[in-house]
Design a protein around this ligand. Sequence first.
Ligand SMILES: *Cc1c(COP(=O)(O)O)cnc(C)c1O
Length: 417
Amino acid sequence: MRIFRGSFTQQEPMPEEAVAAAASVLRSGRLHRYNLTAGESSEAALLETEFAAWQGRKFCLALTSGGQAMQIALRAAGVRPGHQVLTNAFTLAPVPGAIHATGAQAILVETDANLRIDLEDLKAKAENSTAGILLLTKMRGHVPDMTKTMSVAEAAGLTVIEDCAHTMGAKWCGKRSGNFGLAGCFSTQTYKHLNSGEGGLLVSDDAEFMARATILSGSYMFFDRHGAAPGGGDFAAARYEMANMSARMDNLRAAILRPQLPQLEANIGRWNDRYAALAASLATSPHITLPVRGMGESMVGSSLQFRLPDAGAAASRRIIDRAAANGVEIKWFGDPVPRGFTSTHHSWRYLGGSDLPRTDAILAHLFDIRLPLTFSIADCRMIGKILCDVIAAEMGKAGNADLSDSQDSGDGNPVPA
Ligand SMILES: *Cc1c(COP(=O)(O)O)cnc(C)c1O
């Protein structure tokens, strides 16, 4: 078997325009978003204007991270210490972290086999909790049926805040992820769809909500120096009632994000081509189950998840090790120890523990692969071939997952140890 030599964490270089824009901000010395000369608009303000237009929302606020965007959105939506907030059990650590930071309690909702929120469990938990907010994650880009999700939320009296960290550019029935609820939260952290190292964007059409969010972000009352903010009148109450959480984006990051935005649509196509190549290859394995995408979904395939329903824990570990020996880095959501990332609710002990049997059953067999745009289509096919071979070798052993968990002969394994 050939060994894959690509790096799963290597993103593309910044476009040259971004490098030039960054140099220009550095030469100006004016890195703080409110540090302007007469008549100047800051890079942060320009980014807000351009992102709001691209997204199709009235308002946009540039922030330090996706996690901060969620935390500020929750506070601006009225979440206070002691409140309960519903969110997906299958999500990334910044999501329960944002809820926890407000002093609220996260109530985790079960996941379905296609990695979307379980709407029956959402209904039940909305009824049996005091939560007024659903922080809806589309973890790893899996968009639920937003029409149904919004109607369940509405019937339960829930305000929806969308976590769109992995769905920037994704749509449900032609409408962009982030445009369904009160607000949408995006991340521009390196492994998302725009890259500024760290960063976040919050969008909404609600003027009062956005005025509160702007003050919370630490505006020092310079809300007139924003690109897509409500008018001064909307700040009448917010300016006295909201605390300064100092989560502003600086001009350097905004400057490198702006030239990336016009490339996003083309990049979505490139991600989806890579996803399709890898998915087609994995679909040839009888051991692998790929998530089924909804009919209304326009996805962004910047990562791929698959399940091995018949693999036990020991077999899963061996598959990861053998794939790694062949240069293919995969992660396993069923790992009882958080390694490299944390995405199982068992790792978030500060939440106090939740009983989530359906989510646990899915995560136990769920694997994750990043698909950076530095990979070619041929790379994706090669990764698929290596995984299919590694998995066939492991799962074919004695033809029994439980048995193969209790022995490790390595017989018939074509992969170098
Ligand atoms: C990356 C991510 C976030 C936010 O991440 P930051 O590192 O805080 O920008 C939120 N939710 C999900 C599902 C993510 O993957």
